[in-house]
Design a protein around this ligand. Sequence first.
Ligand code: F6R
Length: 213
Amino acid sequence: MKIIEAKTYEDMSRKAANIISAQVIMKPNCVLGLATGGTPVGIYKQLIDWYRKGDIDFSEVTTINLDEYRGLPRESIQSYWTFMHEHFFDHVNIRPENINLPDGTNQDAQEECARYDRLIMEKGGIDLQLLGIGVDGHIGFNEPGAAFELGTHCVNLTESTIEANARFFDTVKEVPRQAYTMGIKTIMQAHKVLMVVNGRSKAAIIKEAFFVQ
Ligand code: F6R
């Protein structure tokens, strides 16, 4: 594990975008695992900027997102599908058929999660997985202590995650109570993992997760 410190949010975003960009340059048809949330927005902005300048090409890239709310249609403004299109996909030359997120409208959780794990396998695995982390330590929708050996699965959101995600909805009541998420096993099978973290609110969990024996 390598820890790279950054001076500011912009510096962190640029450094992380550099790592992603290097991955795409080294392997133009790579598979990028992507995340939503506030933290990666600056990275996506930077990548869009470099794309516009002609420095990076996403035409052969496949993306596989970490998670999606269960029950929300793609078109919903709070779906991770919409988030990813607004913040990234709509601004670069990723082919629509190469974009993958769990289908929140598939009510058959077992079928949807198995489809997603199969898809990752068929694509040859994830070359670089981008991750954020919640203040309580959740990764994707895996809460601390989630079984390590789980692939993609359906989770019940905890109160803390529901509250944290309420900022994206009009009221806390509208936050879906379940989500499909890659499991820790799926994430750890990625060839490389890039976790980005910023802000004081994350300091305690980072200390606990990475620095306390
Ligand atoms: C995003 C995801 C979440 C976020 C986490 C941190 O796809 O699965 O685990 O990474 O909630 O979110 P922010 O970056 O908003 O603090």
